[in-house]
Design a protein around this ligand. Structure first.
Ligand SMILES: [Zn+2]
Length: 292
């Protein structure tokens, strides 16, 4: 089955490469259309890669981030669309400072919902992915991304919602992507123990409070995509200002990841089709050519 459409809604450029990227690369390679919608320009992202903190980069940051995004999309084989909202930044300190005026997380919800509904009615995705109600991690733009996506999933299908934005389109399924899975790190650690080598993410795992539980309990759908991990990593490295190639994301070698945990995880949040859980395909239950 091919020729279906997948839309992945993300808050910032680089989120698409760290959350569900190998899944998108696989669906694209298998002949489906994949569109990444990026809600903000990532203008408030800092330079997180020391090698890129050089003269001439910071001055043209938003242009640099557009070039990085274009390269990541090319690597993953996906199309990408900016919605043009302004990055809210991650407020830090105690108490946290107020969010900047006019940024994505403070403008009325209706504005981004209308923009996303327009994109949905144009691209007509069968499946949409976004973040859960906690944003995957507590960045105000990620939580807002969840709210906008859920609202647009409903509104795009409603003929009474801004008919001027296009013909109503009922997205068949909405998923939350889940990246921070404790079980995955525990299995990596076991593999290092078997090899008699120190686990490079030990600190990470030990900082993980057990009372947080494991989001794995909410996962309904695992997509096998280990063959596309190299593309995922290349796409992530294309966001050169944002990603330190020596950072923890790349600490566990690909062959271990492909052997121990060759999947990406999703939670079926809403569906308009009948499907059986657990699933191994985001398009499960959607007939070929359904609604074109
Ligand atoms: Zn983000």
């Amino acid at each position: 089955m091919s020729g279906l459409r997948l839309m992945a809604v993300h808050a910032h450029p680089d989120d698409e490469s760290s959350k569900g990227a190998a899944t998108m690369a696989r669906y694209s390679a298998e002949g489906h259309e994949v569109l990444v919608v990026t809600l903000t320009g990532g203008e408030r992202g800092d330079i997180l890669n020391p090698a890129m903190d050089v003269p001439g980069i910071r001055e043209r940051m938003s242009e640099v981030r557009q070039e990085e995004m274009a390269e990541a999309a090319r690597i993953l084989g996906v199309r990408q669309q900016w919605l043009g909202f302004v990055d809210s930044g991650l407020p830090e300190g105690d108490p946290k400072p107020p969010l900047p005026e006019g940024c994505f997380a403070v403008i009325p919800l209706d504005e981004p919902v209308r923009r996303l509904v327009q994109e949905v009615r144009e691209f007509r995705p069968h499946v949409m992915t976004t973040y859960d109600e906690n944003g995957g991690y507590p960045h105000p733009d990620h939580i807002r991304c969840h709210e906008v996506s859920v609202a647009a999933y409903e509104a795009a299908a409603d003929p009474d919602f801004h008919p001027e934005l296009g013909e109503p389109w009922a997205v068949r399924k909405l998923y939350y992507s889940h990246g921070f899975i404790r079980k995955r790190l525990e299995l990596f650690r076991e593999e290092y123990e078997r090899r008699g080598e120190p686990f490079p993410m030990e600190q990470w795992l030990s900082k993980w409070r057990t009372e947080q539980g494991d989001i794995m309990g909410r996962v309904t759908t695992q997509i096998t995509c280990g063959d596309y991990f190299p593309k995922r990593d290349d796409a992530l490295r294309a966001h050169a200002t944002q990603i330190d190639p020596n950072g923890s994301f790349f600490a566990v070698p690909l062959d271990i990841q492909q052997k121990v945990w060759p999947t990406e995880e999703f939670e079926l949040a809403k569906t308009r089709v009948t499907t059986e859980l657990p699933e191994t395909d985001l398009f499960a239950g959607i007939e070929d050519g359904q609604g074109e």
